[in-house]
Ligand binder design. Structure first.
Ligand SMILES: Cc1ncc(COP(=O)(O)O)c(C=O)c1O
Length: 428
């Protein structure tokens, strides 16, 4: 399938957004967001649970769009802290559609899980990373059980011990990573949490093989291992019926082949189809982050300096504080001109030169790399592509910089500001 590049249709909207709200500016194209959510829903239709991994984009206006009503929308949320949980609630997601996961849960986080259940608003589930975590939640839940609270639904996060086809920094499913339980640690975690019939209701396995998966093979191996565990523990633990497959669907530069969600879904169907009926999970979930938001998001920036250093070089007003992925793990993002020489630019391929594009931060690693660009002068606008994931949520105020604003560009060209410049991480 050849992917359509949507940028030409929305470049005018990006220019208007920059003029109205200033730069650097995050702009999300709503039509693209809806299209991506729709494609995900086609690949993983109901009753498969689709959760948006909020770590990819924690702007409540974006989370609300994905979790609110609309074809393919209405996603639940996967959160890794009480901060992200608060974002999900702010966006209107009820606890019954929120899963708490993540490797850094504190006692206070786990107390909040128990309190929510006691209030009659239990989370969808909590995914446990270790026997230590299971022991704490089990103790807290046992006390609450004495006060009449219900048992708590939990998943066990399995470390699938595979070799994901991705950047080393994103390969969380390797056996040596800090994430999840090895398969021979699962039984001990269940015991630590109070046993199969204790205060925790063991509902299944949570898996995340890695992000930006360039091929399907490690994912297939990871899912096969997880299915084997669900089949095995499902035989001895009542209600052990769930497999959460995590995220990882990749977004590469426009035009670069990448497996789409339907490809992963096809593989899943084959793996499950090969199992005897009584060993299949009856509840499935996916929790992509990047795939839902990356392509829909653009970081719009202005040129601050144009100079010559072994060819043309420009310095932008957006850098690692707005999108740290290139500096953090060498990710590459396309950069395209929205204007050239202070004139709107038609975007033809003539007159393009390899240009070094740099950020404004006092770090040499703050660079967008080399890109084919027309002549640029101070004040010209550029768009950095695929900036909707792990941009705003990983942004910082280093060098005393306010966080960038966030706008939504509607399909009819309307613009809405959903985060003011300088607003905190969880407030508008
Ligand atoms: C447990 C878990 N689920 C889902 C995701 C989302 O991954 P992606 O944005 O690659 O879809 C991550 C990312 O780190 C994760 O750790």
């Amino acid at each position: 399938m050849i992917e359509t590049d949507r940028l030409p249709e929305i470049a005018g909207g990006l220019r208007r957004a920059a003029q109205r709200f200033g730069t650097p500016l995050n702009v999300t194209a709503a039509a693209e967001l809806d299209r991506l959510a729709g494609e995900l829903a086609e690949a993983f239709p109901d009753p498969i649970l689709r959760l948006f991994s909020i770590k990819a984009n924690d702007v409540p206006g974006i989370v609300g769009r994905l979790t609110g009503p609309g074809p393919g929308l209405g996603l639940g949320a996967s959160v890794v802290s009480r901060g992200e949980w608060a974002v999900a609630r702010l966006a209107g997601v009820p606890n019954r559609r929120i899963a708490l996961e993540g490797i850094g849960k504190t006692d206070a986080d786990l107390r909040a899980v128990v309190r929510a259940a006691e209030r009659g608003e239990p989370l969808l589930w909590t995914a446990l990373e270790s026997a230590d975590e299971a022991a704490v939640l089990g103790r807290l839940a046992a006390r609450a059980l004495g006060r009449g609270a219900p048992r708590l639904d939990v998943l066990l996060r399995l470390n699938p011990a595979v070799d994901p086809e991705t950047l080393p920094g994103l390969a969380v499913g390797v056996a040596t990573s800090k994430f999840g339980l090895a398969s021979d640690e699962l039984a001990a975690a269940i015991e630590a949490g109070g046993g199969p019939s204790g205060p925790l209701r063991w509902r299944g396995i949570h898996l995340h093989v890695g992000s930006q998966l360039g091929a399907i093979d490690a994912w297939r191996d990871g899912v096969r291992r997880a299915l084997a565990v669900v089949g095995l523990l499902g035989g001895s633990t009542t209600g052990f019926d769930t497999l959460d497959l995590g995220g990882g669907f990749p977004v590469f530069e426009v035009g670069t082949p990448a497996p789409r969600p339907a490809r992963f879904a096809q593989e899943l169907a084959e793996l499950i189809g090969a199992l005897p009926a009584d060993r299949r999970p009856t509840r499935l979930a996916v929790e992509p982050g990047r795939w839902l938001v990356a392509r829909a998001g653009y970081l719009v920036a202005r040129v601050l300096h144009a100079r010559h250093r072994n060819g043309p070089m420009v310095v932008l007003d957006a850098g690692m504080t707005e999108l740290i992925r290139p500096a953090l793990y060498g990710a590459r993002h396309g950069v395209v001109a929205l204007t050239s020489g202070l004139r709107p630019w038609a975007g033809t391929s003539s007159g393009l030169e390899s240009t070094a594009v740099e950020g404004p931060i006092c770090e040499a690693t703050d660079s967008w790399g080399r890109h084919l660009l027309p002549p640029l002068v101070r004040g010209d606008l550029v768009a950095i592509r695929d900036a909707g994931a792990y941009g705003a949520s990983l942004s910082s105020t280093y060098n005393g910089r306010p966080r960038a604003a966030q706008a939504i560009l509607e399909a009819d060209g309307g613009l809405a500001l959903v985060r003011r410049r300088g607003a905190g991480a969880t407030i508008r």
